[in-house]
Ligand binder design. Structure first.
Ligand SMILES: *Cc1c(COP(=O)(O)O)cnc(C)c1O
Length: 297
């Protein structure tokens, strides 16, 4: 199995809109399946599970979840058993994300959307494994330990060079870590959820006491219809961005992020001499669910 390659992370310099010196932190290069921010979010949970001598990791996610696949692959790499509780009924054919997860040894349990909402664990699961042997990780790796690992992303760049760090926001765990780990730059989060009002509250829950929420800005309106949704205009932008920069993006998170930062630059959201860093948080495997031929990479 491919090892984790944090040494493969690069800082790429690109032109975006009228700004010809935007930097992109390529966390997508760490690993094909444990991609981007997911390793940072998972590592402390896995250490914790190990120190509690738990051999099975259980977590939650949808059929296209990067977190589910990353957990499955990380568990394989570090010799844990893994269980995924998947939202919705079992489909006739598994998504490519779930197929790859099962290839990494993850056992899947499908639950109704209602039971999923309460994060219920199907009782039949305990026929195989008693509860006390299981270590549970929240959906999306949300939590203090996820934020703690994400704070380590800051070690991969020199924060003094930047006035703004831009990233995509789902559960808010990564951005909470970026806030805790950095001191100077403003942190701009592009929400990939539609009209979601709980980001600030969820992020604040994960902040250290000393971290000021005033350096956080969550920007809505770049969700392209909601979580996991896309439009032809988004795919066209992603293709054009790839042609210009040679950087592939995913349609759930980083494509929307790049589109948003480009648009914000065009709308003069930033000042001329601002130093902009964009976090490429990975997720490229998700593009497998798009019809072949629509993306050029
Ligand atoms: C999971 C994920 C995110 C969102 O991270 P949160 O910590 O949940 O906000 C962003 N980008 C990619 C590619 C992801 O897979």
């Amino acid at each position: 199995m491919q090892p984790l390659m944090p040494e493969a992370i690069t800082l790429d310099k690109i032109s975006l809109g009228s700004n010809n010196e935007v930097h992109v932190l390529r966390l997508d290069k760490i690993h094909a399946e444990i991609s981007g921010n997911k390793w940072f979010k998972l590592k402390h949970y896995l250490h914790d599970a190990e120190s509690q001598k738990k051999q099975t990791i259980l977590t939650f996610g949808g059929a296209f979840s990067n977190h589910i696949l990353a957990t499955a692959a990380a568990c394989r790499l570090y010799n844990f058993r893994s269980i995924g509780i998947i939202r919705g009924e079992e489909p006739k054919e598994l998504s490519s994300t779930l197929k790859m997860s099962t290839k990494n040894g993850m056992k899947l349990y499908f639950t109704s959307r209602l039971n999923y909402k309460d994060k219920q664990i199907p009782p039949e699961l305990f026929n195989d494994i008693p509860l006390h042997e299981i270590y549970i990780i929240n959906e999306g790796g949300y939590g203090i330990m996820g934020a703690k690992g994400s704070a380590e992303i800051v070690k991969h760049f020199d924060e003094k060079q930047y006035t703004h760090i831009c990233c995509a926001v789902g559960t808010g765990t990564m951005i909470a870590g970026l806030l805790n780990g950095s001191h100077q730059p403003k942190v701009i989060g592009i929400s990939v959820l539609k009209n979601y009002d709980n980001h600030i509250r969820e992020i604040t829950e994960l902040l250290d006491e000393k971290t000021r929420v005033t350096s956080l800005d969550i920007i809505k309106g770049y969700d392209f219809g909601g979580y996991g949704k896309y439009t032809p205009a988004l795919l066209e932008f992603m293709n054009q961005f790839y042609q210009q920069t040679n950087i592939p993006t995913d349609f759930v998170y980083t494509g929307k992020l790049m589109f948003a930062v480009n648009d914000l630059i065009e709308k003069s959201f930033f000042k001329e001499h601002d130093g902009i860093l964009i976090i490429h948080s990975g997720g490229l495997q998700g593009n497998n669910s798009i019809k072949e031929g629509k993306l050029m990479f």
